[in-house]
Design a protein around this ligand. Structure first.
Ligand SMILES: Cc1cc2nc3c(=O)[nH]c(=O)nc-3n(C[C@H](O)[C@H](O)[C@H](O)COP(=O)(O)O)c2cc1C
Length: 313
């Protein structure tokens, strides 16, 4: 019998859908989704994904990445971009200066430093690295991504990457307390709790491990974000309730981007921000910091997800 390997994206989706929200209506007020990051103010904690290679999603357009960067600017949301050469990055940061550049863990260390410092010089909001993309998921060897060899990062290498720039550094692809602790030790300014849309099979859903990571990083000042299957504002609400300060929407953005470019991107972000505000209004949260885990229930256990006395914040 051939067994299908469970898809980590489906596992994350199922986990999100198993989380239910109680109502706290009396005295509730119209909420604000204002969000601050690295000294700049945004209208929403729903951020763009670190995407690359979007040609199929922008037929007939200049570039999917530029279109979505413009859409993020129009929605006043934090922009991210993934694997890209410096000339492409320049166009993106011109379209939206509030961009965080996530550099690949290239085996060529000089390429890493060149991309990080280029982003810093060109005024990026922050830089970072997706530490979860270096092994090939079919054989555990170093991966070759669009002709570029990638390699695992040691704590020392991470420290070098972080100290090569003066702007904030975001580590993307943290999915354990152990890695979170190393990021704190190495001097990271933020982490994205993520499995990079299923690089690891049977991956624990980011939101399942998030409260433990928040507890580990409590008091360090490290900003904590989450992604993977954040498809609606309700998903964003659940992530924030479990300790994330902000989320990245990912593949859920692609249909709107493909259909209407920058306009579609803004529409997707506005829709998700509206849904987040609705969930806040229904639970009595006036601002993002008032979203707490004790409104969440598990449909599997019939109990609260995180009891209020052990709230991770
Ligand atoms: C087309 C595509 C390209 C991506 N490129 C990158 C990349 O270059 N760097 C990166 O860190 N993540 C990249 N990702 C991963 C996303 O940033 C994100 O972690 C992932 O899609 C999980 O979110 P989702 O489940 O909402 O899609 C890419 C994802 C997609 C679908």
């Amino acid at each position: 019998m051939i067994r299908n390997t469970p898809d980590s994206n489906q596992i994350a989706r199922d986990y999100l859908d198993s989380i239910l929200i109680e109502q706290r209506l009396i005295g509730s007020q119209t909420p604000s989704t204002q969000f601050e990051l690295f000294g700049r103010r945004f209208s929403t904690p729903v951020m763009m994904p670190a995407f690359s290679h979007l040609k199929p999603y922008a037929p007939g357009r200049e570039s999917g990445l530029i279109e979505y960067s413009r859409g993020a600017k129009d929605a006043n949301a934090v922009n991210f971009v993934g694997m890209i050469e410096n000339d492409g990055f320049l166009q993106i940061v011109k379209a939206n200066p509030n961009t965080i550049r996530i550099v690949k863990p290239y085996a060529d260390r000089e390429k890493i430093f060149s991309q990080l410092t280029f982003a810093e010089q060109e005024g990026a909001l922050a830089v970072g690295m997706d530490i979860d993309h270096f092994f090939n998921k079919t054989n555990g060897q170093w991966d070759l991504c669009v002709g570029e060899l990638l390699q695992p990062q040691s704590e020392e290498m991470l420290k070098e990457n972080i100290s090569s720039v003066k702007i904030p550094f975001v580590v993307k692809g943290v999915l354990s307390v152990k890695d979170a602790a190393v990021c704190a030790e190495a001097g990271a300014d933020a982490v994205i709790v993520s499995h990079h849309h299923g690089r690891l099979n049977y991956a624990v859903p980011p939101l399942m491990v998030l409260p433990d990571i928040c507890r580990e990083l409590k008091g360090t000042g490290i900003r904590i974000f989450a992604d993977c299957s954040i498809d609606t504002g309700y998903d964003a609400f659940k992530a924030i309730a479990l300790g994330a300060e902000a989320v990245c929407v990912g593949r859920a953005l692609l249909p709107d981007l493909k259909k209407d470019g920058a306009v579609g991107t803004k529409r997707c972000l506005d829709r998700m921000t509206g849904e987040l505000a609705a969930a806040m209004a229904f639970t009595g949260a006036k601002c993002l910091s008032q979203i707490t885990a004790d409104v969440l229930w598990s449909s599997i256990t019939g109990k609260r997800i995180v009891p209020s006395d052990t709230d991770s914040r």
